[in-house]
Each structure stands twice: as structure tokens, then as C-alpha cells.
Write a protein that binds this ligand. Structure first.
Ligand code: SF4
Ligand code: SF4
Length: 320
């Protein structure tokens, strides 16, 4: 299974081959050259009794989106950090090193870490790319268009016998059956952030390391982001109603949507989280207090050093 949510870059970069793959499929590519909309039909059925059962999960290349990670880490009952450390691997989504994550494979093979002999070990919470297969989703923003558009492609890999099954459905019906509407509703907002970041391209230049870190944490490390919005620094800067903040801290999905708002504000200046008017003054005050404390600590350390020197001189003179 090698189809994920592809986000073609507008400028030349490592992902360029992917656009080519979709727009000009060669006999080697499993992507069918017909672009489908929600009402178009395709023939496919996957079920436990099929001879190729589990084949698609034995050789994977699956990109993860933020809502995939939220669902999986909650299913496993671990923190987002633990999930990232144990079940993902990093990759660059574009030539600027925009951080992406792929689902980990087993140490000794390209098989998915969650594959079990009886099927997917996380089926109810499997990532959106797994749900889409054997469809591929392409999100694209046309030049000068403010919004992105989704289109779909059938992916026919030799090992997959589901295409020979006598079931025809529309793309919309398939998405509903696979529970993709919830996934897409949340991940779409994130894809828009990614597309916008990419479409800024060479006109803006290489994004700063700090903005890439911010993107990584707000996108993938939801528990870390929760800690971040609980810090005094965040409270000093942003004017969040305490009840709203409590609701965010208690609900992962709301928190993830808030993380997207935060990213849009931090990366593109799309202001939706009120900034305190006195934030700059409060930060200066905090900085001033920190500097004062550091000066006090330095004076204390110096006086302790002097005491220690005096004590050692005293002992030396007594020994003489
Ligand atoms: S998460 Fe499940 S469906 Fe997806 S590749 Fe792994 S085993 Fe297969
Ligand atoms: S029919 Fe295709 S998707 Fe289903 S198990 Fe077989 S290879 Fe995987």
C-alpha cells in the first residue's frame, strides 16, 4: 500500500514526481489516469475472505495526518510523544524540509507495525490513507485560487484482487463507508495550512527553523501542545476565556482545531486568537524579573565563592 494523501508542491521539489505520477501515469504506476469526483463510481470491494487479505499492509508507505495520530495515540493509550517516538518515522514533505511523518514499519520488513495475522490491529482507528485505499486523494490548490480542491484516483496494484470483486459504488459512498468524513473534516484544515506554506514557495524563501518546529509540534505532538498552552508565557500573550481554555484542555479534537488556528496565526498572521494588549509590557516585565533574579543569583554565588576562599585560606594558615 503506497498511496497517501499527496500534496503536490507548486515549486520544484522532491514531490514533483508525484504530480507527474498523477497527471501522466505511465504503465508502471498503479494510479489510474481518470480523475474522479464524489459522485463518480468505481468497482472495488475488500473483505476478510479475499485471497490477497493483508497483502496491502505488508509493504507500506503511509503518510500520517494530525487526526490520524490523535486517533491512534488515544487508541493505544499513550502520549503523542510516545506515539511519535515508537510508531512513526520522519520525512521531508518538500524541498524546504517541511516535517512530515510516516507510519513505522517493522524492524525486519516493510510491513506495518500494526499488522496482525487476523488483520489490522487498529482497524477502528486506522489512518485515513488506509481508509482511502484503493482510492488515492489528491489535494491541490490552483494558481491564484484561495481554496484547495480534492480529487480522487483509483489505485490498482497487482496484488490487490479487490478490483475484480463485483461491487460498484460512488466515491462519496465509499468515503462514508470508510468513516472518512470525520477524518477529512479535521485534516482538510491542516492540508490547507500545508498547501499555503508550500504555495508561498520561493517568493518567501526557506521557512525559519522556528516556524518548522512550531509546525511540527502543533501538527503532531498534541499533548506537548496542550502543555504549551498551559504555560504562563502563553497565558501572558493570548487572551483566552478560562472556560474556553478548559474545554480545549479536556477535548483532543477541539485542541487540534485550536492548534490549526494557532498555526495559521503564527505562520500567516491570520488573527483568530486574541492577543493581550498588555502582552508586550508583561513579557518585558517578566524578562526584567528574570534578569534581576539572575543578577541576585550571581551575587550570591560570588559571595559563596569568597566565603569558601576565605575558609580555605584560614585552614591553610592554621595548618602552618
Ligand atoms: S494501520 Fe492497519 S490498515 Fe493501515 S497499513 Fe497498518 S495494518 Fe494495514
Ligand atoms: S483487496 Fe486490496 S485492499 Fe483488500 S486486502 Fe486485498 S490487497 Fe488489501
Amino acid at each position: 500500500m503506497s498511496i497517501d494523501i499527496r500534496l503536490p508542491p507548486p515549486e520544484p521539489g522532491p514531490g514533483e514526481a508525484l504530480i507527474k505520477e498523477y497527471s501522466d501515469p505511465s504503465p508502471m504506476t498503479p494510479v489510474q489516469p481518470v480523475q474522479l469526483g464524489p459522485d463518480d463510481t468505481f468497482q472495488f470491494r475488500c473483505h476478510k475472505g479475499i485471497a490477497c487479505f493483508n497483502k496491502c499492509c505488508q509493504n507500506i508507505d503511509i503518510m500520517l495526518a494530525p487526526y490520524d495520530i490523535l486517533r491512534l495515540k488515544n487508541r493505544l493509550g499513550i502520549s503523542s510523544r510516545d506515539f511519535l517516538d515508537n510508531f512513526t518515522r520522519d520525512f521531508a514533505m518538500d524541498g524546504h524540509g517541511m516535517p512530515g511523518l510516516k507510519l513505522a514499519t517493522r524492524d525486519e520488513s516493510p510491513a506495518c507495525v500494526f499488522l496482525r495475522p487476523e488483520g489490522c490491529g487498529v482497524y477502528e482507528d486506522r489512518p485515513s490513507a488506509c481508509r482511502y485505499y484503493a482510492l488515492g486523494l489528491l489535494s491541490m490548490r490552483k494558481k491564484d485560487s484561495p481554496t484547495d480542491e480534492d480529487s480522487y484516483f483509483v489505485v490498482k496494484e497487482d496484488h490487490c484482487l479487490g478490483h475484480q470483486e463485483a461491487k460498484t459504488q460512488t466515491v462519496g459512498e465509499y468515503r462514508k463507508e470508510q468513516g472518512l468524513e470525520d477524518y477529512d473534516a479535521i485534516n482538510r484544515e491542516w492540508r490547507q495550512i500545508v498547501l499555503k506554506k508550500r504555495s508561498s514557495g520561493p517568493t518567501v524563501g526557506k521557512p525559519s527553523e522556528r516556524s518548522m518546529e512550531l509546525f511540527f509540534h502543533a501538527s503532531y505532538d498534541l499533548d506537548g501542545f496542550r502543555d504549551f498552552i498551559s504555560t504562563p508565557g502563553f497565558t501572558e500573550l493570548f487572551e483566552l476565556d478560562p472556560a474556553e481554555k478548559q474545554a480545549l484542555l479536556a477535548n483532543d479534537e477541539s485542541l487540534l482545531r485550536f492548534a490549526f488556528r494557532f498555526l495559521k496565526q503564527a505562520l500567516y498572521g491570520e488573527m483568530s486568537i486574541p492577543v493581550r494588549a498588555d502582552a508586550a509590557e508583561m513579557r518585558r516585565e517578566r524578562y526584567r524579573r528574570r534578569v534581576e533574579q539572575m543578577e541576585r543569583d550571581a551575587v550570591e554565588r560570588k559571595s559563596m565563592d569568597q566565603d569558601a576562599q576565605y575558609e580555605s585560606l584560614k585552614h591553610e594558615s592554621q595548618d602552618d
